[in-house]
Every structure is written in structure tokens, then in C-alpha cells.
Ligand binder design. Sequence first.
Ligand code: HOZ
Length: 427
Amino acid sequence: MKTVQSTALFERAQVLIPGGVNSPVRACRAVGTNPLFIDHAEGCWLVDADGNRFIDYVGSWGPMILGHRHPAVIEAISSVLAKGVSYGAPTELEVELAEMIVELIPSVDMVRMVNSGTEATMSAIRLARGFTGRDLIIKFDGCYHGHADALLVEAGSGVATLKIPGSPGVPAAFVEHTLSLPYNDSDTVRRVMAEQGDKVACIIVEPVGGNMGLVPPAPDFLETLREMTQQHGAVLIFDEVMTGFRVALGGAQARYGITPDLTTFGKIIGGGLPVGAYGGRREIMQQIAPMGSVYQAGTLSGNPLAMAAGIATLKELKAPGFYETLETRAKTLVQGLNAAAEKAKIPISCTHVGAMLGLFFTDGPVQCFADAKTSNLERFTAYYQGMLENGIYLAPSQFEAFFLSAAHDDAVIQKTLAAAQSVFSRL
Ligand code: HOZ
């Protein structure tokens, strides 16, 4: 594979940008390669600066559920672009996107737009603390809720990929109110809530773990979180930045039938533009300034380009059969990967929740971060590099999920499976 242009761009970038990248995982260090610089994309295809074409399973880390450059999204952005790009004042588009979110997610009575998933989760936690008057927060090992200080404890995603135990720059005092518990361990949640539940402001969880690879919730886990928070007067926050509008039109909360108090969104609701949001029960949301006294603000919040892209994306997702088709294709892909690995006698644990997929090089079921860490990382690296050579672009980390879009048709999935068969046979 020719990488002359990407190599030259990476050299230029490294002088100016720490690690040559604006977000750590994409530096590809964990998989022993250099990043490819992308020139353009179409549907499920990415084309890099050297003209190499790849089937894209990153999808901008989740937002591109319609595929790249979907005509409806491009049209919506273009028409807003012609009018102006930012006003720092309200527009009708913000109201329209808020109406769509409230319509599609019954637990959300009111919603506040922000600019990223990180902003959404950190604001939701501040709100939960303001609402309850308590400090303690509970999160789960391997879940990643963005890079706010209090949340970089046993975190997934880049923190897990780079094996960073915590982060310098985060004072111990900032994390002393954060408890991180094992994912899917309902007994531990019950015990900790029995001991300290009256001090807990919120439990924040990825209802489907997507930042330690893909880890679906155990049958009773989300129910336990709902029961325990209700019993102890704490706020339940579902971080649906990744799962929102992806694992079902109503997100993980619709798929599993659990109603959180607050939900954070990002990725899909911006159609690929920078956006986040948090919303939930009216009595909690009313505590946010200027209605209440929990402060949170942003010059670019509700940016019209991002709102327009989000609205156009959500409209497409309402098409009958949209999620059923994604589900069927994800199942075909997972079954094919499992069959190919079995044939090559490579132990894997590969599964999906809707259009979110995960593959670990371990034979047991993966139910928590400790299980995820048993994956054979050398094998993952060889698999990643082999797939890339075969034109398949995966997330460059064992501790990330991979994503299907509506543009990944049956032919693309068969092409992917053919590549996987060839790569597994050489591992
Ligand atoms: N942390 C994100 C994935 N879970 C984004 C990584 C990146 O863009 O490098």
C-alpha cells in the first residue's frame, strides 16, 4: 500500500500537533502503524491522501450511520451554509432538533445542546450534583464518558488503549468523589449503594459498553442501576453518546426498556458535525441556568450547521425498516466473522448490538473491562494490519467498537468477510 502522502502529512503534523493528531487513538500507536490521512469519503468508502480506498468501519467513531456524504445531510448543511454559519443567538433549527429528540426519546422532556459528548456528560453530572446536593458519582471500569477530570478513572477508549492509569493534570481531589465499579456486576452495585447510596449524586453508565470494545449489558444490570438509583434518590444517567439513535431509534433505553433520569447524546445527533446534548426529566432539567442555578453555557452550542445535519440525519432514521436492515447485516457480519475464526482455529468473542460491533481475541464471553483486557493484543495488531492491507478500515484499538452504516450493503459485507477469512488464516 502506497503511503507517501500520508507519511509526509504525518511528519508535518508531528512538528505542530502533539503526536501529530487531535485525538490520541487515531495516532494508531497501539497497532504499530502511522495514521492514514483521509482525503474524502462516499457511502461506506474512505479514500486516503494516497488514493487508497477502504471500507470504513469507524464511521467517524459512530456518527455516520447513513454513510458518508448522504445527499439529504449535504443538502441540509449547504442550505444553512448559504445563510450564515453561527450567530450565538437562537435559531429555529435548535427548536426543531430538540422537538425530534423529545419525540423519539420518551425519557427526555427537555434538552440542552452542547458541542461534544464530553461536554454533555460533564454537564449532566454537574446537573445531577446540583439537583441532589450530593457529590459522589459512580461510573464503571472500561466505560468512557469523555475526558473531563472526574471521569478519567479506569476509563476506556484512548485511556485504555494507551494503558494510562489515570492522567497527570487531574488533582487527586478532583477524583475523590468518583467511584468506578466493575461493569455488569449488579451485586457490587447493590452493596455499594447499600453502604453509600445516600451520598451518591448519580450513576453514569454506557448502557452498552462501547469504549472497551463492545460489551453488552448483562440481563439484570441496567434494571439494577434503575432500581438502586430510585431507591436511594440518585440520578441515573445513560451515556448514549454512542448508542443513541444507533442501537435502536430510541437508543439503548428503548432496546432494553429502561428509563433513565438523564441521557447524554452526541455523534449521530450532529450528523458528523461537532455536537452533543443532554436531556431528561423536566424537574431536573429546570435546574439549568437561566431557569435554575446550575451553570452551563457555550458560544457555539446549537450551531445551525450541526443542527441542520442532525435534523436531516434523524429524519432518514425514521424510514420504515431502517434499523431492521442494519440489524440483519450486522448479524450476517458477526456470524461470518465467527465462522471464519472457527475455521482458522482462532479463538474470538465477536458480537453486536444493533449496528455496533465488537471482536476480541479471547474465547470466553466478554462481560467487563477485566475480560476485555484478556484479549490477545498482538493478534489484534496483526488482524488490524492485515485487514487494512485488504482494504478494511477498523478502529486502531482493541478497546473500541466498530460501526455499520446503511451504506454497508450485502456485497460490502461479503467483501469484508473474504478479507477476514484470508487474514484469520494467516494469524
Ligand atoms: N474517543 C473516541 C472513540 N471512542 C474518538 C477517538 C478519536 O477520534 O481519535
